[in-house]
Design a binder for this molecule. Structure first.
Ligand code: GLN
Length: 199
């Protein structure tokens, strides 16, 4: 199994380290050729406008949409959640529309730019997960096939639709591997259902 980390900008190294500590091979994805090698992709937190502009100029928009439509698991964290959403990011930049959600950027306002809170997350199980929010987005609309997996102050902060997982917090900045492990299990299932062995 190879999991890619989209390497335009943001928390790339932290996700690579987490994959390594889960015993999974991670590669940095900057090109279409690298994207073809992976069985799952993490889009990290960072700055959504920058990440989207860079992936567009690398010609990755259509290949990414193609892999997502083919069932490959993709997990967007924080800015990555904005990138995979259906939201308009600014006048020129749109999300990839891989999951039927719309988001509000920097939703918690400047006064609480960053904070940590323990939140129970469906699918991850007990105990509650230490969620780190850094200028985080929230989900403002979910389509009917989207399952909300966690909420904070009434806002959805984690969700899934088929092979696309999103979280507005940063599991790569904790020592708790449960969300990474959950994504790795999604990739295992994808490989099994596509008749590929998990090597
Ligand atoms: N506020 C950033 C954005 O809108 C996201 C912040 C993050 O990924 N930590 O792109």
């Amino acid at each position: 199994m190879i999991i890619g980390v989209l390497s335009m900008q943001g928390d790339i190294r932290e996700h690579m380290n987490m994959l390594h500590s889960c015993g999974v091979e991670g590669i940095r994805v900057k090109t279409k050729e690298a994207l073809e090698k992976v069985n799952g992709l993490i889009i990290p937190g960072g700055e959504s406008t920058t990440i989207t502009r860079l992936l567009d100029s690398a010609g990755l928009r259509s290949p990414l949409i193609h892999r997502a439509n083919d069932g490959m698991p993709i997990w967007g964290t924080c800015a990555g959640m904005i990138v995979v959403s259906k939201s308009k990011i600014n006048d020129e930049v749109y999300g990839l529309g891989l999951i039927d959600i719309e988001v509000k950027r920097n939703a918690f306002g400047r006064q609480v730019d960053s904070f940590e809170v323990d939140i129970p997350l469906d699918l991850i199980g007990a105990p509650p997960y230490r969620c780190i929010f850094i200028r985080a987005p929230v989900i403002t609309r979910t389509g009917k096939n989207v399952r909300i997996l966690g909420k904070y102050n009434g806002f959805a902060i984690m969700a899934k639709e088929d092979n696309i997982l999103v979280s507005s917090f940063h599991p790569e900045l904790t020592n708790d591997k449960r969300v990474h492990r959950y994504f790795i299990d999604m990739v295992k299932e994808y490989l099994a259902s596509h008749g590929k062995s998990d090597t």
